[in-house]
Design a protein around this ligand. Structure first.
Ligand SMILES: C[S@@+](CC[C@H](N)C(=O)[O-])C[C@H]1O[C@@H](n2cnc3c(N)ncnc32)[C@H](O)[C@@H]1O
Length: 299
């Protein structure tokens, strides 16, 4: 059987993906090659030559990516912080920029023993599992409405436990359902959320429009339909001194911090950029009701 240089197969694939409009053709071509060889991307140099049968298989995978099937579907899983997250139809693919929110959240609970963490709009369970993987002593509760997403979250929690992780508690339902979280009122040291926030009608990449569930992406005309009620819900779940982190659209760098500042029980409202420097998440701290009344910081 004839053998060909892996580098030329990857270069050809990169060209195909570039023509198909894929945003990172070179990286994707390498990721797919590494996946098929069962090695990490950094180890591709260890395999200079591949069989032509391998190249056929590789090209078939590249053709799927050229149809704009998300890379993560083809790889089957995503590394998110210390967690391995399986993804596929029906669930939002965790994005690397959300890891900044997790890093902030972990720093916020760094000095606490057995912290209670609640992740709202949990999707695949990525944020909850990344926190649990880094803080096995934490009690982590994840809330998700979509049955399809919950099934993926269940699978990911199972995988996390199989790898020796602490179980994450999954609650299926709408975050606005008062019965769903009433036992956790004022119990959380940290509340995290990456809710749907893209304003309706915004143009998105084919990987998003064709594969991410619309209910995971779009948040009403201004993108704030879920974020607005979520702020009240999160404020009620936080204990005094507890921390809140909410991801938002890059057009929300002023509006979402303003919504948080308008809550009397929240203070230290800070806006944070993501890895690309765009406004991406906002954080705040819960204060005591009496302090809030004395400070008179808003409604
Ligand atoms: C952007 S995805 C985020 C998933 C995950 N947190 C992540 O970062 O990868 C938003 C998720 O919120 C869920 N969702 C939307 N509205 C909700 C609601 N009212 N209650 C509970 N979950 C909701 C969607 O089904 C979707 O899975």
């Amino acid at each position: 059987m004839s053998r060909v240089a892996l580098r030329s197969a990857i270069l050809a694939a990169s060209g195909t993906l570039h023509e198909a409009g894929v945003a990172s053709p070179g990286v994707d071509a390498e990721e797919l090659a590494a996946h098929l060889l069962g090695v990490s991307r950094t180890r591709l140099g260890m395999t200079p030559l591949v069989e032509s049968a391998w190249v056929e298989q590789y090209n078939a995978l590249v053709a799927k990516r050229a149809e704009r099937i998300p890379l993560q579907y083809l790889l089957g899983s995503v590394q998110f912080g210390r967690a391995t997250i399986e993804v596929g139809p029906g669930v939002f693919i965790p994005r690397p920029e959300t890891e900044s929110l997790v890093v902030w959240g972990l720093a916020a609970i760094a000095g606490l023993k057995n912290p209670v963490v609640i992740d709202l709009c949990a999707g695949s369970g990525a944020i909850a599992l990344a926190i649990s993987a880094a803080r096995p002593d934490a009690r982590v509760i994840a809330v998700e409405r979509s049955l399809a997403a919950l099934a993926w979250a269940r699978r990911n929690v199972g995988g996390h436990v199989d790898r020796g992780g602490t179980p994450v508690e999954l609650r299926g339902g709408d975050i606005a359902d008062e019965r769903l979280l009433s036992d956790l009122d004022a119990k959380a040291d940290l509340v995290t959320a990456n809710p749907p926030y893209v304003p309706d009608g915004t143009a998105v990449e084919p990987e998003v429009s064709g594969f991410d569930p619309a209910e995971a992406v779009f948040g009403g005309a201004d993108g704030l339909a879920v974020i607005k009620p979520l702020i009240s819900i999160a404020a009620g779940l936080l204990k005094v001194g507890g921390a809140l982190a909410i991801e938002h659209d890059d057009t929300h760098g002023e509006s979402v911090p303003a919504l948080l500042r308008a809550r009397r029980v929240l203070t230290d409202v800070v806006e944070h950029p993501d890895l690309t420097g765009r406004p991406r998440f906002v954080t705040a701290t819960r204060i005591r009701m009496t302090q809030a009344a004395a400070g008179g910081t808003g409604a």
